[in-house]
Design a protein around this ligand. Structure first.
Ligand code: ADP
Length: 218
């Protein structure tokens, strides 16, 4: 049913809202490109590139990376062959200038089809972020309370060591939520005015959110 979905989607939401987890699941079920700017930046950091070194100073403090850096990176990514028919942008746009640049880059026949806002109360976000652990090898995401591994600190999927993202420390989390409120939340009105925005209650189990998401994306 879903394998032929031609969605060009933006997932909007605060850090910890579950955009990345759900985007991964959708991309496993449906043939589309999952474009996560956070994952792309972390790959740059890991590779030791100049872009990665520049981005890291912002990311570790919980600040957004400058617009032009991100806009250039996404423009290049959505030109790639795997991102022609369908994609999910996870974590982009995050500011009004980024949203305007995206609009300018998409013409009539490849315009956005859905903008989905993941709604989660702020106290829940805090708990999700502080307890999140990521596998250093396969990228699987766990949580010390909500989704614990059988053996503490070891990934159930591949047996490798779990790490905590450097921006999941409480100091950086506060700044990320502040950046979300001041710079990203205004995008809800931006897309709301165009009639493409759909909200999903993401304070429910991942399976329930996933089912609703697939229906919304039809
Ligand atoms: P989260 O949504 O949980 O904060 P991400 O993995 O999407 O995590 O992003 C991690 C960090 O990468 C952000 O805090 C920010 O520094 C940087 N980043 C990712 N996407 C963008 C973007 N579109 N604009 C600016 N910075 C970004």
């Amino acid at each position: 049913m879903t394998s032929s979905l031609t969605a060009r989607c933006v997932f909007l939401g605060a850090p910890g809202a579950g955009k990345g987890t759900q985007a991964k699941r959708v991309a496993e079920k449906v043939a589309l490109a999952h474009i996560s700017t956070g994952d792309m930046l972390r790959a740059e950091v890991k590779s030791g590139s100049e872009l990665g070194a520049q981005a890291r100073t912002f990311m570790d403090q919980g600040k957004l990376v400058p617009d032009q850096v991100i806009i250039d990176m996404v423009k290049e990514r959505i030109r790639k062959p795997d991102a022609q028919a369908a994609w999910i942008l996870d974590g982009f746009p995050r500011t009004l200038p980024q949203a305007e640049a995206l609009d300018a880059n998409l013409s009539g026949d490849n315009a956005l089809t859905h903008v989905i806002s993941f709604a989660v109360p702020e106290d829940v976000l805090m708990g999700r972020l502080t307890g999140r652990r990521t596998c250093s090898k396969c990228g699987a995401i766990w949580h010390i309370e909500n989704k614990p591994t059988k053996q503490e600190g070891i990934c159930d999927a591949c047996g490798c060591e779990l790490t905590q993202r450097s921006d999941d420390r409480p100091e950086a989390i506060g700044k990320r939520l502040e950046e979300y409120r001041s710079l990203t939340a205004p995008l809800l009105a931006y897309y709301g005015d165009r009639g493409v925005l759909r909200e999903i209650d993401a304070n429910r189990s991942p399976d329930v959110v996933f089912e609703e998401l697939l229906n919304l994306m039809q």
